[in-house]
Design a binder for this molecule. Structure first.
Ligand code: GTP
Ligand code: MG
Length: 149
């Protein structure tokens, strides 16, 4: 089924929010299929945010993403991409609804704690950028009958 690339950004790692963030996706019922602490090479950050190259904040964005370790998270489940975006909340944490990750945990668009893929196609593209094939694990989630009719 559908996959998304979610990432705890360096501010989330520094602030000790890794468990909190992973926990929200786990509790929702999505399946973890990849997970690692990772120091991002600059070229990878540039490629990941390649669509934003012309934006005035692009340089600062890349510097932010490589400023410390991130946690790379691969998730699978029905509608995971759109659902993860809802759980994450609006790009600017000041506009993000309470109850969302950014709404609950941030105050600045340049320190917005977490990333989530914005389309199923980008989900697969980004998983290919951040994970090797053998780092994505297929496993039977035994609680599935308690999550899905
Ligand atoms: P991601 O999940 O990280 O891709 O965020 P998004 O999809 O909600 O927003 P978008 O892809 O448009 O922007 C990517 C990232 O660039 C954002 O998450 C912010 O970290 C950063 N960003 C976006 N807009 C601004 C801005 O106006 N100023 C600054 N400093 N950073 C911005
Ligand atoms: Mg985006």
């Amino acid at each position: 089924s559908e996959r998304s690339y979610v990432m705890v950004k360096p501010d989330g790692v520094q602030r000790g929010l890794v468990g909190e963030i992973i926990s929200r996706f786990e509790r929702k019922g999505f399946q973890l299929i990849g997970l690692k602490l990772f120091k991002t090479p600059k070229e990878l950050a540039e490629e990941h945010y390649g669509e934003l190259k012309e934006k005035p904040f692009y340089g600062k964005l890349v510097a932010y993403i490589i400023s410390g370790p991130v946690v790379c998270i691969a998730l699978e489940g029905p509608g995971i991409v759109a659902s993860a975006r809802k759980l994450i909340g609006a790009t600017n944490p000041l506009n993000a609804e309470p109850g969302t990750i950014r709404g609950d945990l941030g105050i600045d668009v340049g320190r917005n704690v977490v990333h989530g893929s914005d389309s199923p196609e980008n989900g697969l593209r980004e998983l290919g950028l951040w994970f090797d094939d053998d780092e994505l694990i297929q496993w039977d989630q035994h609680m599935t009958p308690w999550l899905k009719e």
